[in-house]
Design a protein around this ligand. Structure first.
Ligand code: SF4
Ligand code: SF4
Length: 435
C-alpha cells in the first residue's frame, strides 16, 4: 500500500506489502528459446576459459569461466552455449554474459545430486551463489570473520514487491528446511526471522526466533532491523557483517531448503512485475529469461522513452534494454510509462528541509547534496555523514526541486569505493616492489 499525505508538512508514509495481504499464485512463464546468465567475472580471453561456444550444458550444471577465481553460474536450462560476451552492469560492474539456446529435452545435472545428502559449507559455497535469492555466501563462508548470527528478512526491502513474502506465506516448510541446513553447515545457532508488521504467532516450529519489525518503509533496511532487534547501531561506512550479522533473503533460505530436500538446484525465480498502471503480478521464470519474454506474456508494449526499472520504486535501477535477463537477485521489474516519469531538474535547492525531516539516518541532506553536486565526495563523507546513508531514496522522493539526491549519493559512494580499491591495489603493488 502506498499513501501520501495531503498535508505538505506531514511526512509521507509508505508501507511494505504484508503477509496479511492476499498474495496471488505466481504465474509460470514459459522457458524462453535462449537464456542469458551473467557470470560476475571479466571474460579476458575466450580461449582461456573452461567453457566455450558450442558446449552442451544440463539444467543445474555449474559453469566456471576460470578455475582460479571461483566465480560461477548455474545453468537454468539444458541446451547449447551460443555466445560468451563481455557485459558491463550497473556502476561499471563487470560480467561475462553466457547465452544458452534451450533444448526441447531437459536433463538434470548430477553433480549436486551426488552431494546433497551430506550438506557441507563447501557444497553451499560451490553450488549456491547463483540460486534464487542469491545467498550471501562470501559472508556465510568467511572463515577469517565468521558471522555470529543470521537474520532472514521475510519481507521485501522495497515497496510494491511480494517476492520474499511469497516464500514465507507459501513455502514456509522450505524455509524451515533451509534454516536447518544453515545451522548444520555454518554452525550458527542464532538465526532470526524478521517479519514486517506481522504478529508473532504460528512460527514456533521454524528453528529460528521470529521478531517483528515496523511495516513502514524503510524499516526493512538491514541497518534499521539491527537497531530494532539487536539494539546495535551499524557505524558509518560499515555494514551488519562488520558486526558479525549476516542478512539473507527468505527466497535464498527456501532455495537452500528445497535443494537439500529434493537434490536439485532451484532454477526458477519468483519475480514481482509492476506494470504501467501500478498493478502487481507475481510470476515464476527461469533465471536468465530476457525481460521482453515477460512483457510479451503479459502483452505489455513498450514505447519510446518508457522506463524499465529493476527493483522497486524507491531504490530500483533503470536498465536500457528489454533483453536484460532476470538474475538470481532480481526481485522485481517495473515498467513506467514515459508520461508518468517524474523528471529530475537542475533547479537549485530551495532549503525547504523536507529531505532532512524524512531522512531516517538524520543526515543534513540539503548540505550534503551541495557537496555531491560539486563532486566533493570525501568532504561529503567527512562533513555531512554520507556513509551513514542507508540508501532508502526517501530524500529524492520528497525533494520539491526534483534534485536527484539519491542518484548523487549512489554515485558518490561508488566513486569513494573505487578510489579506496585503487589505493589498496597501489599499496599492494608498492609492497611487492619493495620486497
Ligand atoms: S537515501 Fe536520503 S533519506 Fe535515505 S538515508 Fe540516505 S540521505 Fe537519508
Ligand atoms: S528537499 Fe530538495 S529542495 Fe528541499 S532542502 Fe532538500 S534538497 Fe533542498
Amino acid at each position: 500500500m502506498m499513501t501520501r499525505s495531503f498535508f505538505g508538512f506531514s511526512k509521507p508514509c509508505f508501507e511494505y506489502e504484508l503477509l496479511t495481504d492476499t498474495l496471488p499464485v505466481p504465474e509460470e512463464i514459459a522457458t524462453p528459446a535462449t537464456v542469458t546468465l551473467l557470470l560476475p567475472e571479466a571474460l579476458e580471453k575466450l580461449d582461456s576459459g573452461l567453457i566455450k561456444i558450442g558446449d552442451k550444458v544440463k539444467t543445474g550444471q555449474k559453469l566456471v569461466l576460470h578455475e582460479e577465481s571461483g566465480a560461477c553460474v548455474i545453468s537454468s536450462v539444458t541446451g547449447t552455449i551460443s555466445s560468451i560476451t563481455p557485459f558491463i552492469g550497473d556502476f561499471s560492474k563487470i560480467f561475462t554474459a553466457i547465452a544458452i539456446d534451450v533444448d526441447q529435452e531437459e536433463i538434470i545435472d548430477q553433480q549436486f545430486k551426488d552431494l546433497y545428502q551430506e550438506p557441507t559449507l563447501e557444497t553451499l559455497k560451490n553450488f549456491f551463489s547463483f540460486v534464487p535469492g542469491a545467498p550471501p555466501l562470501k559472508a556465510l563462508c568467511d572463515s577469517a570473520n565468521p558471522p555470529k548470527s543470521i537474520i532472514i528478512y521475510g519481507g521485501d526491502t522495497d515497496l510494491l514487491i511480494s517476492t520474499n513474502l511469497y516464500y514465507v506465506k507459501a513455502d514456509i516448510n522450505a524455509i524451515k528446511a533451509g534454516i536447518k541446513i544453515l545451522k548444520q553447515t555454518t554452525g550458527i545457532e542464532n538465526i532470526i526471522l524478521a517479519m514486517p508488521g506481522e504478529s508473532l504467532q504460528g512460527y514456533g516450529h521454524l528453528g529460528a526466533s521470529v521478531k517483528n519489525v515496523s511495516a513502514v518503509y524503510p524499516f526493512g533496511s538491514p541497518n534499521l532491523i539491527m537497531q530494532k532487534i539487536l539494539k546495535q547501531v551499524v557505524p558509518a561506512g560499515k555494514d551488519p557483517m562488520d558486526l558479525g550479522i549476516c542478512f539473507i533473503r527468505a527466497e535464498a533460505v527456501a532455495a537452500i531448503g528445497n535443494a537439500f530436500t529434493n537434490g536439485c538446484l532451484p532454477v526458477n525465480k519468483i519475480l514481482t512485475l509492476v506494470d504501467k498502471t501500478g498493478k502487481q503480478k507475481l510470476m515464476s521464470v527461469r533465471i536468465g529469461t530476457p525481460l521482453k519474454e515477460i512483457f510479451n506474456h503479459y502483452n505489455i508494449n513498450l514505447n519510446d522513452r518508457d522506463r524499465l526499472i529493476i527493483g522497486g520504486p524507491m531504490t530500483g535501477s533503470a536498465v536500457y534494454s528489454e533483453d536484460f535477463p532476470v538474475q538470481p537477485d532480481t526481485d522485481a521489474v517495473m515498467v513506467q510509462d514515459a508520461a508518468d516519469i517524474s523528471h529530475t531538474s537542475d533547479y537549485p535547492c530551495i532549503n525547504c528541509g523536507d529531505c532532512i525531516r524524512i531522512c531516517p539516518a538524520k543526515i543534513q541532506v540539503s548540505m550534503l547534496v551541495r557537496l555531491l553536486e560539486a563532486e566533493l565526495y570525501e568532504e561529503a563523507a567527512d562533513e555531512y555523514d554520507l556513509m551513514s546513508c542507508i540508501d532508502c531514496g526517501l530524500c529524492s522522493y520528497v525533494c520539491v526541486a526534483k534534485i536527484p539526491v539519491f542518484q548523487y549519493i549512489r554515485l558518490a559512494k561508488y566513486e569513494l569505493a573505487k578510489a579506496a580499491l585503487e589505493e589498496a591495489e597501489n599499496q599492494e603493488q608498492e609492497e611487492e616492489t619493495n620486497e
